[in-house]
Write a protein that binds this ligand. Structure first.
Ligand SMILES: Cc1ncc(COP(=O)(O)O)c(C=O)c1O
Length: 468
């Protein structure tokens, strides 16, 4: 066990969920929520909980039940809920009477935040880095990145990837692979997005898989950018998630990423890496692109960067800094509590070697899942990096695809999710047909807690498969 693990495990453990199965009846509070909140609400439909308190990996609902939270604010809570260093940082801002809202004026807290963030960047990027503070959602950082690269290159189109997720505003939505949220809108406001196949090895879009699939993918991309008859304008940028999150926890092959960087650089096309979900030690490196040793032109960041509070930024290389003052304004770009909390998280990640811990815990969970896979042929593919893991559920009785893999088991996934919830484990689904069970716990999860998560998941899978 690494030093990093034992440091984190020194934290007091909280009670684990009970052995009794939780039941989910509609309480008055939940009924009022469904009556009054929009039809577009999402998580409460599958996770019908009213939460009261939270600490670390655990949340407690108003019924007094405890749950292990392996959703963690969709990957936001790197240190879990209400971590003492985060709470202390927020309290310090309050007791110092710092203005809570400063537009994009600077403060000592903001300056410290920038120094802390630049200190985490690989030196090649830090040396030429500029930062733009955005409105406090990941989506707004993506919007800013689009404007940045379009202005700097004088080109208007962008390449995105099938299965990609970059947010829900109209520009970011144009980059999304999933058709569901786009269909009702008809033509999107932002046109000019060309979709490319992502290196999804288990369902290789070229029907090849392995190194052959990667080679075919890169050839296709290189040809698209260089063939004068490709039918596609040279884009301003390519935007990519190094590990697709919402698309089904699909880690890009590292050679593919290096190839992508080489091809884009040669073509003079900016490479935007979306680290909104994968950044800040989540994958076992501070940023997921570091696994491939590449230097992107633009990195979009949000979620964990605000230490539980809303914050989003774009980091980019200075050759792109040609946009004009006010090119990406916005009122809420000066959240001091988020910056202080974000600084506290960044320092903790370094001091406690959380990257190593996340990598070790990810391996531990993967080992558990591989053992379970021997008994459950429904666990088609186990994949991810660090603590960004997923299991693609498949129907072993279904017709196999070109690579010999059974089809996604969309009906099983929500049953597994519900059986987990009954046993006190919150997990989310993602991927094509919602058939990927996702593990996105706080990075400070201990090895005992990993074992517990795997044990609950195994029991839930057994229960779900028998109810089919
Ligand atoms: C990779 C990625 N990009 C962008 C976003 C959008 O961020 P937000 O929901 O904060 O707008 C998300 C959200 O899950 C994401 O995972």
């Amino acid at each position: 066990m690494s030093v990093a693990t034992s440091l984190i495990e020194d934290q007091p453990a909280r009670v684990a969920p009970t052995e009794t199965l939780y039941q989910f009846e509609e309480t008055p509070l939940l009924a009022r929520q469904s009556r009054q909140e929009s039809n577009a609400r999402s998580y409460p439909r599958r996770i019908p909980l009213a939460l009261k308190r939270a600490r670390g990996l655990y949340v407690e609902d108003v019924e007094g039940r405890t749950f292990i939270d392996c959703l963690a604010g969709a990957g936001t809570l790197a240190l879990g809920h209400n971590h003492p260093v985060v709470i202390e940082a927020i309290q310090q801002v309050l007791s110092d009477e710092l203005p809570l809202h400063t537009l994009d004026l600077t403060t000592p807290v903001k300056d410290q935040f920038v120094q802390d963030l630049f200190g985490l960047l690989p030196p090649a990027l830090a040396a030429e880095a500029k930062i733009q503070f955005c409105g406090p959602t990941g989506t707004d950082a993506v919007e800013a990145a689009l404007k940045l690269v379009r202005t700097a290159t004088g080109r208007s189109t962008v390449l995105s990837f099938q299965g990609g997720y970059h947010g829900m505003s109209q520009g970011a939505l144009s980059l999304m692979g999933s058709l569901g949220p786009k269909k009702p809108l008809g033509a999107l406001l932002s046109s000019g997005v060309q979709f490319m196949p992502y290196p999804y090895d288990y369902r290789c879009p070229f029907g090849l898989g392995g190194t052959q699939g990667i080679k075919a993918n890169l050839n296709y991309l290189e040809n698209l950018l260089n063939d004068p008859e490709a039918g596609v304008q040279l884009p301003a940028a390519v935007i990519v998630e190094v590990v697709q999150g919402e698309g089904g926890v699909i880690p890009a092959d590292l050679d593919w990423l290096r190839g992508l960087r080489r091809i884009t650089e040669k073509a003079g096309v900016a490479l935007i890496v979306d680290e909104i979900q994968s950044g800040f030690a989540r994958t076992g490196k501070m940023f997921a692109f570091e696994h491939a040793g590449i230097t992107p032109d633009v990195v979009v960041m949000s979620k964990a960067i605000g230490g539980s509070l809303p914050l989003a930024v774009v980091i980019y290389r200075d050759w792109l800094d040609t946009w004009l003052p006010g090119a990406h304004a916005g009122t809420f770009r000066g959240n001091q509590m988020a910056m202080a909390a974000g600084s506290a998280v960044m320092r903790y990640l370094v001091e406690h070697r959380v990257c190593e811990h996340a990598a070790a815990m990810g391996e531990r969970l993967t080992e558990h899942l591989r053992i379970l896979q021997r008994d459950f042929p429904q666990m088609g593919d186990i994949r991810g990096r660090g603590l960004m893991l997923g299991v693609e559920l498949v129907d072993p009785a279904g017709a196999r695809d070109a690579l010999g893999h059974p089809p996604a088991f969309a009906r099983l996934a929500p049953l597994v999710q519900r059986e987990c919830l009954k046993r006190g484990l919150i997990l989310e689904l993602g991927g094509r047909h919602g058939a990927v069970v996702r593990f996105l716990p706080p990075l400070v999860i201990t090895s005992a807690e990993i074992d517990r998560v795997a044990e609950i998941f195994g029991r839930a899978l057994a229960a779900a498969t028998t109810t089919l």
